[in-house]
Design a protein. Sequence first.
Length: 192
Amino acid sequence: MKKAAKKGGATVIDPYLPRNGNFGYRVSRYELDLEYKVAINRLAGTATITAVTLASLQNFTLDMSDALVVNKVSVNGRRPAHFRSSGGKLHIALAAPLPAGAALSVAVRYGGSPRPVRTVWGEVGFEELSNGVLVAGQPNGAASWFPCDDHPSAKASYRIQISTDSPYRALANGELVSRRVRAGHTVWTYEQ
């Protein structure tokens, strides 16, 4: 369980990563369905996040880079009362609170041109190269390319499906479970 600390009057999860991590829920799984265009550094996709509430929850956040634009959000199959992105967070407000222990399924459709996240350790996360990209996610770079609970203590399983132009390969953590080629694109699916 995440432990809160006080820093400058604000409650934070970790004094070393004061802007990362989120209260009120625990993620068990991420399912990322992504399309990436290397030539123009364009990412589009849907992140489906499976979690359980730790307390009564009506408002919550996900860590997410401001370089990404959210097009649609659903929570347990319904539109939230409100959502907005600012300050590296996706803020979601529900019409009615969920009780502690409730299942939480959040689907976020988003896109943009990812870029690294600036931290006290320098830039981390998404790095555009001349012939591809790489992501160094630790300690807090995952939010540079998908909405998440981006703290090293927040462990979850993943399914990452990436569609790329066929000359490129997509590599991800986990085991490659499928590779499909169609119409100049290759879809790579990894499970972890």
